[in-house]
Design a protein around this ligand. Structure first.
Ligand SMILES: [Zn+2]
Length: 447
């Protein structure tokens, strides 16, 4: 009896201890996940399963390896790819080439991670993603189109980049691009859509300029719970206000116009755009021409962006203006665009995370070459070619939240690689000479 009693007491103690351990584990579990409701998910390309995987071993030898991380290049390097993955990287002659490997002599070439485009629009142009892949873009993100808009491209049979899609951007009435927008009327509607988009395979959420910061906050909370970043095209919502609400990225350098103006001027612009979406088209050049892009407002904005770790995709190509060979120069546009470049250069100099977004169909690039044009414009703005290369690869991978698998040439990463003729560290226009492209270990351009 005594024994039983003692035993009973002990059992009781064990039960109590177990209960407390359970509570502690439960609390730890909550803390580590920081999510409630639906599980967050890894960021996936919608066409991930449709992309073939290389089944053989390839050795790329003799190239200058620029790994995307911004370090010193490896001259006369060697990269081994097996089953779609990078399995070794180093100096030629040091790295062991497995027997039976396909050896690709890449002397005089630069080997880089596939380019990542953070701002691509399909715009109904058939085969545009396939063309971008041939020009070195192995991953692209469309920040505002129904996922179904890409069905034709996915079924074309042509190799296309990894597609990271947003589903429509979230806007309010009257939307600037009704076809690519989901119009919300309050925060509840917006949150409901964020979850629907996440369920449908969206890898980012984009907010458009009519959304006020109160709704942006709810959108960001909902998206972050699902593991998705949120990016925004702002115009009438001030950038620091929107970033405080939770934005991870800013599309278009023009999204900072309101932050850099005296508030009275800014309010005039805001009201003009709120009354008519199209007022922004010329209005933004008028605004930018007059801005002090090195003044106090610019400084504090820049510091704020560094502190917050915000990604900025300037999409300069979308705003580029050149004096025409004939006829009159629009001096407002010319000056305004010059200021956009100057501010982009300032942000980079201050340490802001700049990424490359092409906007895909732009005035001063032939079809398919917008990404290359954007790289050139970033160099024009004061970035070094090496900085532009990191912005095009690893920094964008971080923005997409895919940097555990993509964005650099490192052991264990997915083999999305490009071979470029010339020295892109000296001349960024070398990216117009893409000789070979490998997607998931398969040569999709050049054999
Ligand atoms: Zn866009």
């Amino acid at each position: 009896m005594l024994l039983l009693n003692t035993l009973g007491l002990n059992l009781q103690k064990i039960k109590i201890a177990g209960f407390y351990i359970g509570i502690v584990l439960l609390a730890a579990g909550c803390n580590s996940k920081k999510t409630t409701g639906k599980e967050s998910q890894a960021i996936r390309a919608v066409n991930e399963k449709e992309i073939g995987t290389g089944k053989n071993t390839v050795a790329i030898t003799g190239a200058t390896i620029i790994d995307g991380n911004g370090g010193e290049p490896v001259y006369d390097g060697c990269v081994i790819v097996t089953d779609g993955k990078i399995v070794d990287v180093g100096k030629n002659g040091v790295v062991k080439i497995p027997e039976g490997a396909q050896v690709v002599d890449a002397k005089g070439r630069a080997l880089l991670p596939g380019l990542i485009d953070s701002h691509f629009h399909l715009d109904g142009v058939k085969d545009l993603p396939a063309l971008f892949l041939q020009h070195g873009v192995t991953s692209l993100r469309d920040p505002g189109a129904w996922i179904e808009a890409y069905d034709g491209e996915r079924q074309s049979g042509k190799p296309i980049p990894r597609l990271f899609l947003a589903d429509p951007h979230l806007d309010m009435f009257p939307p600037a691009y009704p076809k690519d927008a989901y119009v919300v009327r309050d925060a509840d509607e917006a949150v409901y859509q964020v979850n629907k988009m996440a369920d449908r395979g969206a890898s980012v959420i984009k907010v458009y300029f009519r959304l006020p910061s109160g709704i942006i906050r709810e959108v960001c909370n909902a998206a972050h719970k699902r593991g998705l970043p949120v990016t925004g095209h702002l115009e009438v919502t001030e950038a620091m206000e929107a970033i405080e609400a939770g934005l991870d990225g800013i599309e278009h350098i023009t999204s900072f116009g309101l932050s850099l103006q005296p508030q009275i001027e800014g309010e005039k612009y805001r009201q003009a755009v709120l009354a008519d979406n199209n007022a922004r088209k010329q209005g933004r050049y008028d605004v930018w021409k007059k801005l002090d892009v090195n003044g106090q407002k610019a400084d504090s904005l820049s510091k704020f962006l560094v502190r917050k770790g915000t990604f900025v995709s300037p999409t300069l190509g979308a705003f580029e203006y050149q004096s025409p060979a004939e006829g009159e120069t629009d001096t407002v546009r010319l000056a305004g665009f010059g200021q956009m470049k100057a501010f982009t250069g300032k942000l980079k100099k201050d340490g802001v995370k700049i990424v490359v977004g092409s906007h895909s169909m732009i005035t001063y690039a032939e079809m398919g070459w917008a990404y290359q044009r954007e790289m050139e414009l970033l160099v024009d703005s004061g970035l070094s070619p090496a900085q532009v290369i990191s912005a095009a690869t690893m920094e964008n991978a971080r923005f997409f939240r895919i940097d555990d698998r993509l964005g650099s040439i490192e052991k264990g990463k997915i083999a999305d690689l490009i071979l470029v003729k010339g020295d892109p560290l000296k001349d960024i226009s070398a990216f117009r000479n893409i000789e070979k492209v490998m997607l998931n270990g398969v040569w999709v351009k050049g054999k």
